[in-house]
Ligand binder design. Structure first.
Ligand SMILES: NC(=O)C1=CN([C@@H]2O[C@H](COP(=O)(O)OP(=O)(O)OC[C@H]3O[C@@H](n4cnc5c(N)ncnc54)[C@H](OP(=O)(O)O)[C@@H]3O)[C@@H](O)[C@H]2O)C=CC1
Ligand SMILES: Cc1cn([C@H]2C[C@H](O)[C@@H](COP(=O)(O)OP(=O)(O)O[C@H]3O[C@@H](C)C(=O)[C@@H](O)[C@H]3O)O2)c(=O)[nH]c1=O
Ligand SMILES: [Mg+2]
Length: 283
């Protein structure tokens, strides 16, 4: 049977996809997203049954000073990939982000709610969503949030590093969302890709976030509790933690349609965190 082709090899989600049979992951050397024509050629050369894009420009603060590069990697090239897949009649899965929303209110965002990104990364990811949808093929845009895994860089690994050398840490408590284990995102992408082969009419925008919702401070506290690290978490407002890129206050994602259409429920991120801490040798 033909493989599922994945763009990305070293990233958090890509590394979890690579654990599955029947998946081929392309490194940056094999397909650089700054060269859309190389990505088009890679898809045609492999002739896969479906394509998942797990590569992206994810440095949220750095994107503020590199908007053109972020747009090329997160929008223009995914658009090319999606057009190639539409042309070949195969599904294309694009991963997107809670940062496409402006973070207003307290209600969980539904896939069809209005987008209004606060930063360059979010704008580049939203442009990517639109390019993928415009390609007109059997696509899925899967928005997720606060990705964590044992690999790559993420909030858990930052907290472990800082928490071991400090008595207390200031962490923002007014940005609310949900951590999502990369392992669950990878499994969802594969389920969606297979479903789209059988049912291309299931194409659309979907949300997947872990449960329950929390703040970054709550996430840090759970990490220290599970890892047995004696570091106090001091809750601070976003205004006390200035960064180049603005971040949304309300990142809650309503994931109901993902469950209705694909049977995928929100995973409990606290269990995912336990597995990650185990993989890291922390517990
Ligand atoms: N991280 C998060 O918290 C969130 C991520 N997302 C989305 O989820 C998806 C996966 O993210 P995640 O796994 O965390 O990403 P990572 O930051 O862990 O990895 C990014 C991946 O993209 C690759 N990449 C970056 N630039 C290029 C390029 N020019 N050519 C080829 N490959 C490139 C990297 O390769 P290399 O190692 O060579 O740089 C790496 O494999 C992305 O679409 C992201 O926008 C959504 C919500 C939250
Ligand atoms: C290190 C640190 C961060 N923070 C805050 C800053 C920020 O608001 C929050 C998280 O920090 P990060 O730098 O990990 O956040 P960030 O890189 O913005 O994470 C985002 O990445 C992109 C790719 C996404 O798509 C989003 O879903 C989200 O996961 O925690 C503290 O309050 N105290 C700290 O000591
Ligand atoms: Mg980050």
């Amino acid at each position: 049977m033909k493989d599922v082709l994945v763009f990305g090899q070293t990233g958090q989600v890509a590394r979890e996809l690579a654990r599955h049979a029947g998946v081929t992951c392309l490194s940056r050397a094999e397909a650089d997203l700054t060269a859309p024509e190389a990505c088009d050629a890679a898809i045609r050369a492999h002739g896969p049954r479906a394509v998942i894009n797990a590569a992206a420009y994810t440095a949220v603060d750095r994107a503020e000073s590199e908007p053109a590069l972020a747009h090329l990697i997160n929008a223009a090239t995914p658009g090319t990939m999606a057009r190639t897949c539409a042309d070949m009649g195969i599904p294309f899965v694009q991963i997107s982000t809670d940062y496409v929303f402006d973070g207003s209110g307290e209600a969980p965002w539904r896939p069809e709610d209005p987008t209004a990104p606060l930063n360059t990364y979010g704008r580049s990811k939203l442009a990517g969503e639109r390019a993928v949808i415009a390609a007109g093929g059997a696509h899925a845009v899967l928005r997720t949030s606060w990705v964590v895994s044992a690999h790559g860089s993420n909030f858990v690994k930052t907290m472990l590093r800082l928490g071991k050398t400090r008595d207390s840490l200031n962490v923002v408590a007014d940005q609310i969302g949900a951590p999502t284990p990369a392992r669950d995102i990878a499994a969802a992408c594969l389920t969606i890709a297979e479903a789209l082969i059988a049912r291309p009419e299931a194409a659309g925008v979907y949300h997947l976030a872990g449960a329950p919702d929390t703040s970054w401070a709550g996430f840090a506290r759970e990490t220290f509790d599970q890892a047995g690290i004696a570091c106090r978490v001091e809750e601070i407002p976003t205004s006390a933690y200035p960064t180049p890129a603005a971040r949304p206050g309300n990142s809650r994602l309503d994931c109901a349609t993902l469950e209705t259409v694909f049977g995928l429920a929100r995973p409990d991120w606290r269990q995912g965190l336990h597995a990650i801490l185990h993989d890291l040798g922390e517990i």
